[in-house]
Design a protein around this ligand. Structure first.
Ligand SMILES: [Fe+2]
Length: 632
């Protein structure tokens, strides 16, 4: 049942402003640490720590990200008006204590495992943060701690283009909240209802992520990608759904959920599920990550995906009823479930939906800073169209001098194009010939998706492109689909989508006129995977869906220009866009990272700024790896 929410925001006395009000937001110590900086309420910079340390989902104090955002603003820590941490550690600690108490004596071993860390570090978070920041400079401003879900809500509402909107935040868990429904109006946010731990949509989804052999907190995306391989309406899929609803989760009409904790271990143990009970219920064992993905797991993925979509739709309808708003904004890890988002849009419960691109906990850094500005300092807000995220291109960029340094360091061979248009035409013709390109331009994206500044690109029409990208470049699970990037104005020619999707957070079907006959009864996964489902097979998922990025001239003129150039040659203003990294590594940040990634895969060309690198011109891989090692 949803609870009425109480806001725990500290009542802030009026603080004097220094010349320019600078607010630093930080998320850390769970996963995806990040830092964000606001100057007089404007988002100046935001980045995840993993991009600098090269440790995927890095959870440590984001020293590099803080350093970067401060440099981007051209100021020292001394000038900050506030530092804001994205959650309240004391309340989180209280939740852990109460949970252990409620489930005692179960969970004693994980209790004694976790408590020393909490007592030593996390409940003294303020001191810990101060100590870390002091290493980087003088600090003479307060440190604030808004609630985890207020940070998510603020990250969803304040950058959105709406004066007023319903706010839905859904994730695993923050302090106590696992989902909230709120209302945003100008600079105010009111949290109307909360769903409390352990009853959590995010944790339900994570439990299935774990059971199907993927990593919790990062593999949820893979589970979503696996779901379309499930057979809709099949006896097994329907039976799995019935079992989930009868034994694991009770869904109320308002979308709130009650989990049957007999089946889950996350409250007390170090595992997500009670494996014995799950195996007895579903008749399949938890999948070992290295084992084959059989139809059983695909059907299980589809079952939980459909249950999740049902919950999200019910929550959205309830949010509409509570707020009466015509717009909806979303954040929290579950808001990255773009299949559910696509369904939400299709249902037309709200006229418009806006989703924070950094919807996971990294976005909490940004949200907490925005909450401090608009709620803490009570500063007004003027919504911006299309939004105030600057296309989410909020990370570092690199100059021509930096690129030349990389070229020299690796003794690389690159051609400089004075005319960017000429470079685009050249790259477009190479892409049209089936080559794969690393594409590195301008500021790095904030959030989990590469949106055309740190991307790997290929021709979506090419029958072998999906296989090539999976096996020779990304070294990742073959079943995972690739996403199309399409110029905003041509989107409707390819996809059944009426709105823009600049952050690749909406899934919609490929137009029927482009589809080829399906082979859904084929049991061989690889045959189904590589079946040419449309005239853009590399971005058409098995159920004809596509995870779309619309590219806009205003927010990414370089990528837009490349798509236009590709369209001039081929008639298609659409490309495969996948993140510039290999499996298990964070997306590249620097030209150096990009060159090393380029050389360690079978990518054919690399574009950094106005430089074009072709693989056949480069020195042997061995030499590069030596250089790379020297750098580590
Ligand atoms: Fe969260």
């Amino acid at each position: 049942m949803f609870y009425r929410a109480e806001l725990h925001w500290l009542h802030l006395s009026i603080l004097y402003f220094k010349k320019l009000a600078a607010i630093l937001g930080i998320s850390a110590y769970y996963h995806d640490s990040a830092a964000a900086l606001l100057l007089d309420g404007k988002i100046v910079a935001a980045a995840q720590e993993e991009r600098f340390t090269r440790v995927k989902h890095d959870e440590s104090f984001p020293a590099n990200a803080v350093k970067y955002v401060m440099e981007e603003a051209g100021m020292s820590l001394e000038k900050l008006s506030a530092v804001v941490f994205y959650e309240k550690p004391f309340i989180k600690f209280e939740r852990l204590l109460e949970t252990y108490h409620a489930f005692a004596p179960n969970g004693f071993s994980s209790f004694i495992h976790a408590m020393p860390v909490w007592i030593k570090d996390k409940i003294f978070m303020k001191k810990m943060l101060k100590d870390e920041l002091k290493k980087m400079g003088k600090l003479n401003c307060p440190i604030w701690f808004p609630e985890h879900h207020l940070s998510h809500a603020a990250s969803a509402f304040y950058p959105s283009p709406f004066e007023e909107a319903a706010i839905l935040t859904i994730d695993g868990v923050g302090e106590w909240s696992t989902s909230t429904i709120g209302k945003g109006s100008w600079n105010k946010i009111e949290i109307l209802k909360e769903l409390h731990f352990p009853h959590s949509v995010g944790l339900l989804y994570s439990a299935f992520t774990y059971y199907t052999g993927f990593k919790v907190n990062s593999g949820e995306y893979k589970l979503m990608g696996l779901a379309p391989y499930g057979i809709p309406g099949s006896i097994q899929t329907e039976s799995f759904k019935q079992k989930i609803l009868a034994h694991l989760v009770d869904i109320k009409p308002d979308g709130s959920v009650l989990l049957n904790m007999d089946y889950f271990n996350f409250a007390t143990g170090l595992r997500m599920t009670n494996n014995k009970k799950w195996e007895a219920l579903f008749g399949i064992a938890p999948r070992n990550p290295e084992n084959e993905l059989t139809q059983d797991y695909m059907n299980l993925a589809l079952a939980v995906q459909e249950v999740t979509e049902d919950i999200v739709l019910k929550m959205a309808r309830h949010a509409k009823k509570l707020t009466g708003c015509k717009n909806l904004v979303l954040a929290g890890g579950v808001a990255l479930n773009c299949v559910a988002n696509g369904k939400l849009l299709k249902e037309s419960i709200f006229e418009s939906v806006w989703i924070q691109p950094a919807s996971g906990d990294a976005g909490g850094a940004l949200g907490s800073a925005l909450a401090a500005w608009h709620i803490g300092f009570d500063r007004p807000r003027i919504p911006v169209i299309p939004d105030s995220m600057e296309g989410s291109y909020l990370g570092p960029d690199y100059s021509e001098i930096d690129i030349r340094k990389t070229i020299r360091k690796y003794n690389a061979k690159a051609t400089h194009f004075d005319d960017f248009g000429e470079l685009c035409s050249h790259v477009a013709s190479l892409l049209a010939a089936g080559n794969v390109a690393g594409w590195f331009q301008g500021r790095m994206e904030f959030g989990p998706r590469a949106l055309g500044n740190r991307s790997i690109l290929g021709d979506a029409r090419h029958p072998e492109m999906q296989r090539k990208l999976n096996l020779k470049i990304k070294y990742r699970e073959g079943f995972r689909p690739f996403a199309p990037a399409v110029t905003a104005e041509k989107c409707k020619e390819y996809f059944d989508l009426d709105t823009s999707s600049p952050y690749m957070l909406l899934v919609a079907p490929v137009n029927e006129s482009r589809r080829n006959q399906s082979i859904t009864d084929e049991t061989d996964l690889l045959k189904r995977l590589y079946h040419q489902r449309s005239d853009i097979p590399a971005v058409t998922h098995i159920d004809y869906s596509a995870r779309i990025q619309t590219v806009h001239q205003k927010t990414n003129p370089e990528f837009y220009r490349l798509l236009k150039a590709f369209g001039q040659i081929t008639g298609y203003e659409v490309l495969v866009n996948t993140s510039f990294n290999v499996r298990g590594e964070p997306i590249v940040c620097t030209p150096d990272d990009a060159y090393r990634c380029f050389m360690s895969t079978e990518m054919d060309l690399l574009v950094i700024g106005n430089f074009l690198f072709r693989k056949e011109d480069q020195a042997k891989l061995d030499g590069v790896l030596k250089g790379a090692k020297a750098m580590d």
